[in-house]
Design a protein around this ligand. Structure first.
Ligand SMILES: CC(C)(COP(=O)(O)OP(=O)(O)OC[C@H]1O[C@@H](n2cnc3c(N)ncnc32)[C@H](O)[C@@H]1OP(=O)(O)O)[C@@H](O)C(=O)NCCC(=O)NCCS
Length: 157
């Protein structure tokens, strides 16, 4: 099973982060890393993280390329996984799922987090299946958030 290692985005690795690419079709499903890092710069509730293969754990400078990016937010008792992307070169190798499992593990360590949730654009079947397989189910918050093109799901325990 694929394993990932998550690291902070720093001066050393941010260029690699900006170069991460998804497929042409997937571009409409996820914000660019440039946008995500800009959002994180102005919002202290956001935690952006670079995704590496698990083998770089323990190395001061990763000896392997960055393979993806994720970002979560902690607000009002909810740990919300706001971004998940695996570079197109490394997709379908289990890294997306492994990243979600690692982010969920981390979110469960925050005493403030009572619920773990995420969302995806309607029509993003890959994300829908991935989240469903991990135990996420429909979260009806349409009254709170009026974005009809986004599907919200929360982790059921
Ligand atoms: C969603 C994404 C992160 C998945 O990453 P990944 O590393 O390819 O995913 P995994 O290899 O861990 O696969 C996990 C599951 O996703 C589904 N999946 C992944 N790629 C798929 C594809 N091309 N077609 C159909 N299902 C796919 C499968 O259910 C797969 O499970 P299985 O193959 O073990 O049965 C990646 O496709 C991506 O970066 N997409 C663009 C951004 C995006 O849509 N992010 C999510 C919403 S914010």
């Amino acid at each position: 099973m694929a394993k990932v290692h998550l690291r902070k985005v720093t001066r050393e690795n941010f260029r690699e982060c900006l170069n991460l690419q998804v497929t042409e079709l997937q571009k409409s499903w996820v914000a660019t890393t440039t946008q995500s890092l800009a959002e994180a710069y102005v919002d202290p509730n956001l935690f952006p993280l670079a995704v590496y293969d698990g083998s770089v754990c323990g190395y001061e400078q990763p000896e392997a390329p960055m393979i993806g990016f994720t970002m979560y937010e902690i607000v009002a008792g909810v740990g919300f996984i706001i971004r998940l992307m695996i570079d197109q070169k490394y997709q379908r190798q289990g890294y997306g799922k492994a990243t979600m499992i690692e982010v969920i593990r981390r979110l469960k360590l925050y005493p403030d987090v009572e619920m773990i949730a995420t969302s995806y654009r309607q029509g993003n079947k890959i994300a829908a299946e991935l989240y469903q397989g991990l135990g996420f189910r429909q979260w009806d918050i349409s009254d709170a958030i009026s974005n009809p093109t986004e599907v919200y799901v929360k982790l059921e325990d």
